[in-house]
Write a protein that binds this ligand. Structure first.
Ligand SMILES: Nc1ncnc2c1ncn2[C@@H]1O[C@H](COP(=O)(O)OP(=O)(O)OP(=O)(O)O)[C@@H](O)[C@H]1O
Ligand SMILES: [Mg+2]
Length: 247
């Protein structure tokens, strides 16, 4: 059951303590409105990936609550929450033994699509990400940029309503970056909610309607890029970044 008024994502007081006294998330509050194009920005080790992994069910928070379209991401409805999310991880981890097209089809099946729908959609995504020529190849035989495209294709395969991309454009060449952004923009135009992390602050400034800055496991500022520039009397979002999360 969906809660019509619930935001795409709501995180309240989320904490994550790893062993050895590492506090990756320190009572983090974050809300991504439905249909938003949202950027999560912050330095290495700030907690971005830990937060995202907590949202998609890979890292269990030690405290707080997370819900996706009103459905708790942890507990009995976790699978329901997960199905609404498309997730492209920061680190490329793709099966070595399954050919590319099959890998996408299996993902669709895993997310509850019929075999026929999963196959059709896999071919559609292969075309969209210019990977059709590699459909019978294996992920580890693709170039780095192609693997990243495959991750995106997989994340989007089951038509998720919330797309979470952890540094989707890291290590991606200029043209492909433009292509990926164009694709993400078109998803956003269709009403999909987008949450992404990037270290390309200028890109976030140009693309995201809202951004949040994270430092030491907490959100320290958030808002529309223009409002943040005004609030911090900064000419560019990069200057806001340096003020609020810089060393
Ligand atoms: N599995 C783990 N065990 C112990 N500590 C971890 C683990 N995963 C992450 N951490 C620690 O949690 C903190 C936050 O890491 P995280 O990967 O969330 O940062 P990030 O903001 O994604 O950084 P980056 O920009 O480099 O990707 C770091 O101190 C990291 O070392
Ligand atoms: Mg990370």
């Amino acid at each position: 059951m969906d809660h019509a008024a619930a935001p795409a994502l709501r995180c309240e007081g989320v904490t994550k303590e790893f062993g050895g006294g590492v506090t990756a998330l320190a009572g983090l509050d974050l809300e991504v409105p439905r249909g938003a194009f949202f950027g999560l920005l912050g330095p290495n080790g700030a907690g971005k990936t830990t937060l995202i992994r907590s949202i998609v069910g890979l890292t269990e928070p030690t405290g707080g609550t997370i819900s996706v379209f009103g459905v708790p991401a942890w507990g009995p409805r976790a699978a329901e929450a997960r199905r609404t999310i498309g997730y492209a991880p920061q680190d490329v981890a793709l099966d070595r033994f399954v050919p590319v097209r099959e890998l996408l089809t299996l993902h669709g099946r895993y997310f509850g699509m019929s075999r026929a729908d999963a196959r059709t959609r896999a071919d559609e995504m292969l075309r969209a990400f210019d990977l059709s020529a590699k459909s019978t190849s294996y992920a580890h035989l693709l170039s780095g940029g192609m693997r990243r495209r495959l991750l995106l294709a997989r994340a989007l395969l089951h038509r998720p309503r919330l797309v979470i991309l952890d540094e989707p454009t890291a290590g991606v060449d200029l043209e492909l970056r433009h292509d990926l952004w164009a694709y993400i923009r078109s998803l956003h135009a269709d009403g999909t909610s987008i949450l992404l992390t990037t270290h390309y602050i200028e890109e976030a400034e140009a693309l995201c309607e809202r951004v949040a800055f994270i430092r030491s496991g907490r959100i320290v500022a958030d808002g529309a890029p223009g409002d943040l520039r005004e609030r911090y009397a900064a000419p560019r979002l990069e200057d806001v970044y340096l003020q609020v999360v810089g060393r």
